[in-house]
Design a protein around this ligand. Structure first.
Ligand SMILES: Nc1ncnc2c1ncn2[C@@H]1O[C@H](COP(=O)(O)OP(=O)(O)OP(=O)(O)O)[C@@H](O)[C@H]1O
Length: 363
């Protein structure tokens, strides 16, 4: 069953369109992550679902019921913000209990729900502490506890981990994934951190300029990006793009002349109409090999090499002025300012037409 449906959803501030017609279906129990560059409308979309922003057009349906005209408290949602918004003078218990006090729940029920949330979040020994005595991660757990006790249909998270340091973020990622499994609740999560998106999501929604670019599982987006934007956004280091002119295209292959870098033929169906068009060949840094028998060869002279132990990242200038990034496992014998010939399997490459649409990937 659908937990949430957005239909032709729009939002403008003054005369500026910020959300430009979003359609989305979220299944009950799904962990959905909104990602996209700064200003693409992620938070606005979340706040519209929460009822904190009015809708300029379209409809929001939660559990089968249109909610456009319902205030936040009647929507069956609970939102966790980046700033934990805890009351410093109240104990952890009272902070978690706060929304239940507002609803005037019976004391027994309050104790039961707070106790359960504290147990799930391992905050039982902290219930009498004040927020000032807690670490950042513990404070964020209190904020999550305050959402849990409301027993919402949908949890909304707006960059909840962005105030934490890197180590704590990765711990909290695991905790949130565990929490999602345990509660089986529908969760919608906004982040600009693609590691969070790729590791936590059942489904990722990539937004750009107020529109959805693609919706899919993390691996769908990684392996089958439908356009150049998604291809460049998902994956770290980012995909390399080499531009060239299509010189041949048939049902079995597309050939692109990359000028000084040579010619590559990708084994994917293309129509004869592509010949003459400028295409972009997408190469993921992790698909670059130092052995030279996998098809397309490229001579690189890395200017900078980052050795991270588990892998090595090489940055090499291209004749176009762009930088080509290659990622190798371990610590291979590549040196900066020394030429090295690498190779790429053409069947692992991506291909985009001049409008940015992927060639040979079903929409
Ligand atoms: N209350 C407002 N009044 C006017 N413009 C707004 C308002 N809120 C957001 N905007 C604009 O809407 C656009 C989308 O903002 P939003 O905060 O949703 O983006 P975002 O993707 O969450 O960005 P970030 O990752 O930087 O938080 C931005 O251009 C922003 O300036």
């Amino acid at each position: 069953m659908s937990a949430l449906t957005l239909s032709r959803l729009k939002k403008s501030f003054g005369g500026t369109d910020v959300i430009k017609g979003v359609d989305l279906d979220v299944t009950e129990g799904e962990f959905v992550v909104f990602v996209g560059p700064s200003g693409c409308g992620k938070s606005t979309l979340l706040r519209m679902i929460a009822g904190l922003e009015e809708v300029s057009g379209g409809e929001i349906v939660i559990a089968g019921k249109p909610v456009n005209d319902l205030p936040p408290v009647k929507r069956g949602i609970a939102m966790v913000f980046q700033s934990y918004a805890l009351y410093p003078h109240m104990s952890v218990f009272e902070n978690i209990a706060f929304p239940l006090r507002v609803e005037r729940l019976a004391e027994d029920e309050v104790r039961h729900r707070v106790g359960e949330a504290a147990r799930i979040l391992q905050l039982e020994s902290r219930l009498q502490h004040k927020p000032g005595m807690l670490s950042g991660g513990q404070r964020q757990r209190v904020a999550i506890g305050r959402a849990i006790v409301r027993e919402p249909r949908i949890f909304l998270f707006d960059e909840p981990l962005s105030n934490l340091d890197a180590a704590l973020r990765s711990d909290m990622r695991v905790e949130l994934t565990r929490l999602h499994k345990r509660l089986g609740a529908t969760m919608i999560y906004v982040t600009h951190d693609q590691v969070e998106a790729l590791t936590m999501a059942d489904k990722i929604v990539v937004l750009n300029g107020g529109r959805i670019e693609q919706v899919g599982t993390p691996l769908d987006l990684y392996h089958r990006p439908q356009n150049r934007f998604v291809a460049g956004f998902i994956g770290n280091p980012k995909m390399n793009f080499l531009e060239g002119r299509c010189t041949a295209a048939s049902g079995s292959g597309v050939t692109v002349d990359l000028g000084p870098l040579g010619t590559i033929t990708l084994p994917r169906p293309g129509s004869a109409g592509l010949v003459g068009e400028t295409l972009s060949v997408g190469i993921r840094p992790e698909h670059v090999r130092l052995d030279q028998d996998t098809g397309f060869r490229l001579a690189l002279k890395p200017g900078i090499i980052e050795r991270l132990g588990i892998h090595t990242v090489a940055y090499a200038p291209l004749p176009s002025g762009d930088t080509f990034v290659a990622l190798f496992e371990g610590d291979p014998p590549v040196r900066d300012d020394e030429e090295v010939t690498v190779s790429v399997d053409p069947s692992a490459c991506h291909l985009f037409d001049s409008s940015g649409a992927a060639i040979g990937v079903a929409a």
